[in-house]
Design a binder for this molecule. Structure first.
Ligand code: SF4
Length: 176
């Protein structure tokens, strides 16, 4: 992707564009919502406390090696609350990553990537789509929505357990 992207105003208010990271052959791609301040500082997605919950606790607990996964964001510049035109401006970079990596499962973490990849209305409810595998007509990867790691972190032990169980089912899906 173009690290000098100026497709929307967010770039003028952050330190850097945060591109996806991970092997180009990854079977599982995690797509978070938007770069947070730690991502902006380090230039890597999912660098903050919530991202660490995902990579250091949830994935190993499910038997998934984080180094085998691709991590990216729907909106790659940090800043204020995301506006719809910014989601639309940035989505081309995500499509490019999807075409390059060709994952088997795309885990959408939070409302922004879930709505984008399932092409849902803004009024959709996460509770109606999370925890299931969704086939889409524009690529062979299955979409597996879950809540953002930040939300899981706030909710505590029960939700951590549910997240790990869903990740185990994702691992089984890519193993067959
Ligand atoms: S948020 Fe996305 S579209 Fe906007 S400037 Fe950053 S990389 Fe480009």
């Amino acid at each position: 992707m173009d690290l000098d992207c100026r497709r929307c105003d967010r770039r003028s208010k952050c330190q850097q564009v945060v591109p996806g990271v991970g092997p180009a052959s990854a079977s599982i791609m995690f797509v978070g919502e938007v770069a947070d301040p730690e991502d902006d500082l380090l230039g890597r997605p999912h660098s903050g406390r919530a991202g660490q919950l995902l990579q250091v606790r949830l994935l190993p607990a499910a038997g998934i090696d984080p180094a085998s996964c691709y991590f990216t964001l729907a909106v790659k510049c940090a800043g204020a609350a995301v506006r719809e035109q910014e989601v639309q401006a940035c989505r081309g970079w995500l499509w490019q990553e999807l075409q390059e990596v060709k994952p088997r499962v795309v885990v959408t973490l939070g409302a922004i990537p879930t709505r984008l990849l399932l092409r849902l209305k803004k009024s959709f409810k996460m509770g109606d789509v999370v925890g299931r595998f969704h086939a889409v007509d524009y690529m062979s990867a299955l979409i597996a929505p879950w809540y953002s790691p930040g939300w899981v972190l706030q909710r505590g032990k029960k939700d951590v357990g549910e997240a790990v169980r869903f990740l185990i089912s994702i691992k089984e899906k890519v193993s067959v």
